[in-house]
Design a protein around this ligand. Sequence first.
Ligand code: UFG
Length: 337
Amino acid sequence: TPRTYLVTGGAGYVGSVVAAHLLEAGHRVTVLDDLSTGFRTSVPAGADFVEGRVQDAARWLDPAYDAVLHFAACSQVGESVADPDKYWRNNLGGTIELLAAMRDSGVRRLVFSSTAATYGEPVSELVTETDPTAPTSPYGASKLAVDHMITGECRAHGLAAVSLRYFNVAGAHFSPGAGAAYGERHDPESHLIPIVLQVAQGQREAVSVFGEDYPTADGTCVRDYIHVADLADAHLLALEAAVPGEHLICNLGNGNGFSVRQVIETVREVTGHPVPEVIAERRDGDPAVLVASAERARERLGWVPRRPELSAIVEDAWSFAQRARDQRATDRSGATR
Ligand code: UFG
């Protein structure tokens, strides 16, 4: 049956991809976004759009929504170390208002974008949801605080909630038929794979490798990269799996770690372009290794990633980057005419 969903942050990378998947599955979607980091043009064509802040959720929250998918947040580890206040206000403050508005309007189902950054420096090779949470950045701490808040809301007020703890999301989604493409575009670009692709496209001279003295095989940080479309699948499953009074927390990753150097090498192979690298200082707040066990997501959500290989993830990110470059060229030639 078609349902009606509110997607906060649906003009951002992950939010827009999930909104597109919901629409493709036949549901109705309203996107709420303040366009502080998202783009109006990223909102899928079939969605209603409200420009506004999560802090004002009470104004937008329609009791007719079957659930809220909450993506709107600040999401940069480095920035959060430099400007922690921004993270507490937006991520924690915004969600306090959202949960109150949901309670008042009787919307009792929530899927929340949590993060691997809630764990901090891992204690085991594969991070499980029962591992200790000791975030190394205000970003991770703010997301962990929201997770605690949701747990309390489920227990006290019967909310049905699933927090999905993303490891490193990458790749792009291409809508079947319509030709619409959804991918990563931050301005300025902040994440490793799109930055390395910009170097491959000749838009940047080199990629800075943030630290080569970590206790890992090649000295660079190791991360677990997950395809954004696989991540979207998990959100649709989570909407069905949510149980009143229970807060289910699931990691989402592929269980394979790749170092910064391995990612750069994969980009060279996929694109056929040389990618110069320079060694830079460590970035504050970065754990050395973060790799997921997603056993719980497989068991509780029935989630099976369809594109787990790093090369497949990079190929889709590359297709998106090439399309975006062609689009910019068309826009420019249009503008000079
Ligand atoms: N890196 C570089 N050079 C760059 C950019 C990144 O060496 O120019 C390194 C980072 O130091 C890190 C790795 O590449 O070791 C990945 O960095 P990203 O910024 O792409 O991603 P993060 O691991 O910092 O963070 C991402 C999301 C978070 C999430 C986290 C979980 O942004 O929201 O993954 O692993 F919490």
